[in-house]
Design a protein around this ligand. Structure first.
Ligand code: SAM
Length: 340
């Protein structure tokens, strides 16, 4: 019932957007209102996190140093996801002979083109306003790339499509033996006891009124949480959950079984998850809860229901990455301590 109502609302909104777009078709006189509406649409198309991301000094330095270390002199580099063109320009500084950078968002592609030109790099960097999976070698880039660089990871690593994008790129766009930057990643997680974090995605009553119907619209997969800003306890040690070798692994959607030992009694509302992104050349980026400077928050992966645990229990979890979404389902839990 509720889902059908939500779909109907979404369809109504889509129809409204199409009607608005029709009024903005080329040929319409560019009144101040139209210009304002177009600017508004352009602003809405660019996620806010681009600003925080570009101000993340640790991230920027890590990519600059890794590129310095892995780009062979004169190499042809493909940068997937231009944003402002930052990594493409870094690649040139690192010694690339030519760079192709592609960007799915046409507004950002236009911004990148202007920034690159303003730095006098338009001769060596070509901006292609396309999804990487639509690039054609010999048309959009002169040949397969010697190095492919990308930064398309969210707080839970997989949310911006890094796995299918790299899988496609290494098969269709990279020279055999070419370099992938980043080259691998590890996901870590810990059992999280936090009613406050759980309350970002689950409700019982508000002002004494039962509003639980809203829970049908709870986020099903992971979402970003700046863990230290919420009352919480990690009731297990940091545990490795999954490991990805970008050159060698299948990078397909998958589910793995993970066992996590409860180290302190508490209620597990879900998993707090973070990554270790290995760029190559010995450089890595980590968004663990103690890294307050990182623009990447931690990922909260909610359980269907909170459940209390005693210290020593081993919780078995089916952990999946599917369509850019992390999810976790408790299988059961076994006592690792005699008598529990
Ligand atoms: C996290 S931002 C990074 C931007 C820039 N590379 C940087 O590091 O500052 C990722 C960008 O990649 C773009 N993007 C993601 N996947 C893409 C793909 N497969 N092909 C082209 N652009 C992509 C997004 O639109 C976004 O602008």
């Amino acid at each position: 019932m509720l889902a059908a109502a939500a779909v109907r609302v979404a369809l109504d909104q889509a129809t409204e957007s199409v009607t608005t777009a029709r009024t903005l078709l080329p040929g319409t006189p560019a009144s101040a209102e139209v210009t304002e509406a177009l600017l508004g649409a352009a602003i809405r198309s660019v996620p806010r996190w681009h600003f925080a991301m570009l101000n993340d000094l640790e991230r920027n330095d890590a990519f600059a140093v890794a590129l310095e270390r892995v780009v062979p002199p004169g190499a042809h580099v493909l940068d997937i996801g231009s944003g402002t063109g930052l990594l493409a320009m870094m690649a040139v500084k690192a010694g690339a002979g030519s760079v192709t950078t592609c960007e799915q968002n046409p507004v950002l592609a236009a911004v990148a083109e202007q920034i690159i030109a303003a730095h006098g790099l338009a001769e060596v960097i070509t901006v292609v306003p396309k999804l990487s999976t639509d690039l054609v070698v010999g048309v959009d880039l002169p040949r397969r790339a010697d190095v492919i660089v990308s930064e398309i990871v969210d707080c839970g690593l997989v949310g911006e499509g890094v796995l299918p994008t790299v899988r496609h790129a290494r098969e269709h766009l990279l020279e055999p033996g070419g370099v992938l930057l980043p080259d691998s990643a590890v996901l870590y997680g810990a059992l999280l006891d936090s009613q406050a974090v759980d309350g970002l995605n689950r409700v019982q009553s508000a002002a004494g009124l039962d509003v639980r119907l809203l829970n049908a619209l709870s986020t099903r997969g992971h979402f970003p949480v700046r863990l230290p800003t919420w009352p919480h306890r990690l009731i297990s040690a940091e545990t490795e959950i999954a490991r990805f070798d970008f050159a060698a692994d299948s990078l397909l959607d998958e589910s793995v079984e993970v066992g996590i030992e409860v180290t302190e009694a508490g209620t597990a509302h879900g998993l707090a998850v973070w990554f270790d992104l290995r760029l190559g050349g010995g450089i890595a980026l980590r968004n663990a809860p103690d890294n307050l400077a990182s623009h990447w928050m931690q990922a909260f992966v909610p359980f269907a229901e909170p459940r209390p645990h005693a210290a020593g229990e081993r919780v078995r979890i089916a952990f999946s990455w599917t369509g850019g979404r992390l999810s976790a389902r408790r299988l059961d839990f076994a006592s690792a301590v005699e008598g529990i």
